[in-house]
Design a protein around this ligand. Structure first.
Ligand SMILES: [Zn+2]
Length: 474
């Protein structure tokens, strides 16, 4: 790195390109190359052949999205940073969106009315050189993450504010609705009344610990913590995310910025599932299509939470759907970047209109990921990818919630996924194809709406948040 104001010398590259070791090293490397798919038409599945397995009475779309912005409060040493988050959920009736699409003109009153059925969660996390009083930096981040989930709760009242038909109408929002209880509900597998648990290393002494229920009622605050059996320190339920292992005093918490947002989005969405479960109102799940911006996956240290907690829950719910002849897991992720999207753009013109492609593991290895030893998504995904092409103007990459029971493992399923396994694919595609709207820069309307409500721009958000932080934090 050049020192300030000192020009980098213009010939220093010579040391590198004349270096024989470098040259020899590069000659040992291969660039990944993928064959052209001349036979792509063999993979095309006509959309018209797809049938819903069960009756799918979709009426609502609930979309989740978030934004965050890091602000630097003091550029001088030591630089102090915070990260602000806005994460939102909006509920819209499919009929309302259809009328919006039909008009081809945005009616601001209607948009405002739709947007009122939403809830936005805002919070802040220290990123560098800012600590809670009498806490070190890592403990500050751990405690802050715990408090974010403990102090926020989903309100069905807000989500259904302008809708006549309200779920669980008589029910008042309580502390029990907090997101920390959703995490516990999932971890202890309360949905099947089993006393389940999760194992992870103590953040202090690194000894493996089993996080189990301390009292019978999972919502009890006593179940938010355990005490390490080796060092005696308290361990929060949110430590199961393992994000603190990416945090340290020197580098701060920048690495976990996006992971916090994605895990919050998932817990927010699954809170709704918990409410309907606990109130014997699963029929509401049949009526809702959940849309999440981004893939149905959690990355890095969140992988344990995916393959031990989130994916088994969806598999359980898939089994229940089969038993009841319903579709309870109408969840899609809209993937907009990464190698699958690149691949899709590359082959899009070769896919027939009104068809889709469901890539299996062989396909991924041959055309997208390369022949890696690992199975794509094995520890990170709770969805399955599908390329959809309606026509030349409308195509997208979709993740759909895993369509298989708990006796099947992801790594086996992905070798030979079948379009027949998706219970509500036809209905979901119909809705999505209607909602991809030119009015919103080719985005899906509900996602564009929630994105508008949560996004934090560089200007003016960042500037104002910086001034605000400087003022409050003295
Ligand atoms: Zn310990």
């Amino acid at each position: 790195m050049a020192y300030n104001k000192e020009k980098a010398s213009k010939i220093n590259y010579l040391h590198l390109i004349q270096n024989d070791t470098i040259r020899k090293y590069l000659s040992r490397c291969d660039r990944k190359k993928f064959p052209l798919q001349e036979d792509i038409h063999k993979c095309n599945i006509p959309i018209n052949n797809i049938k819903n397995k069960h009756k799918v009475p979709l009426e609502y779309i609930i979309a989740v999205d978030g934004g965050y912005q890091e602000v630097c409060i003091d550029e001088n040493f030591p630089s102090s940073k915070l990260c602000y988050y806005n994460i939102g959920i909006v509920n819209t009736k499919i009929k309302e969106l259809e009328s919006l699409e039909k008009d081809k003109i945005i009616n601001p009153n209607l948009i405002n009315k739709i947007e009122e059925n939403s809830q936005i969660f805002g919070f802040v996390i220290p990123m560098q050189n800012i600590c809670l009083q009498e806490q070190d930096f890592t403990d500050t981040v751990r405690k802050t993450i715990f408090e974010i989930f403990a102090n926020n709760a989903l309100s069905l009242e807000k989500l259904f504010k302008n809708h006549k038909d309200k779920p669980l109408e008589s029910r008042q929002s309580t502390e029990k609705d907090s997101f920390i209880n959703t995490i516990k509900w999932l971890v202890f597998k309360e949905y099947e009344n089993s006393d389940s648990f999760i194992e992870f290393a103590c953040p202090q002494c690194k000894a493996m610990q089993r996080f189990t229920k301390q009292t019978q009622n999972y919502t009890d605050e006593k179940n938010d913590f355990i005490v390490c059996n080796k060092c005696g320190e308290a361990i929060y339920i949110t430590d199961c995310f393992d994000l603190h292992t990416l945090v340290d005093e020197i580098n701060g918490a920048t690495l976990i910025q996006s992971y916090i947002m994605s895990v919050f989005e998932i817990v927010l969405m699954l809170s709704m599932f918990r409410f309907f479960f606990e109130n014997n109102a699963l029929y509401w799940l049949e009526r809702i299509l959940f849309i999440k911006d981004g893939p149905l996956a959690l990355f890095s240290r969140l992988d344990d939470f995916v393959f031990k907690i989130v994916r088994p829950f969806l598999q359980f719910l898939y089994e229940k759907s089969l038993q009841d002849g319903k579709s309870y897991t109408n969840i899609v992720g809209l993937d907009k970047s990464g190698m699958f999207v690149e691949h899709f753009l590359h082959i899009e013109s070769k896919i027939s209109e009104n068809s889709l492609i469901l890539p299996n593991l062989d396909y991924m290895r041959k055309y997208i990921t390369g022949n890696n030893a690992s199975v794509f998504g094995e520890n990170t995904y709770f969805g399955i990818k599908i390329f959809v092409k309606k026509d030349d103007n409308l195509s997208f990459l979709l993740d759909l919630a895993v369509p298989f029971s708990r006796n099947i493992q992801y790594k086996d399923y992905i070798k030979n996924p079948s379009i027949e396994d998706f219970l509500a694919l036809k209905a979901i595609l119909e809705v999505l194809c209607k909602l991809k709207c030119d009015l919103y820069a080719k985005s899906f309307i509900p996602i564009a709406m929630i994105n508008k409500l949560v996004s934090l721009s560089n200007v003016p958000s960042k500037k104002i948040l910086t001034l605000f932080s400087q003022d409050v934090l003295r």
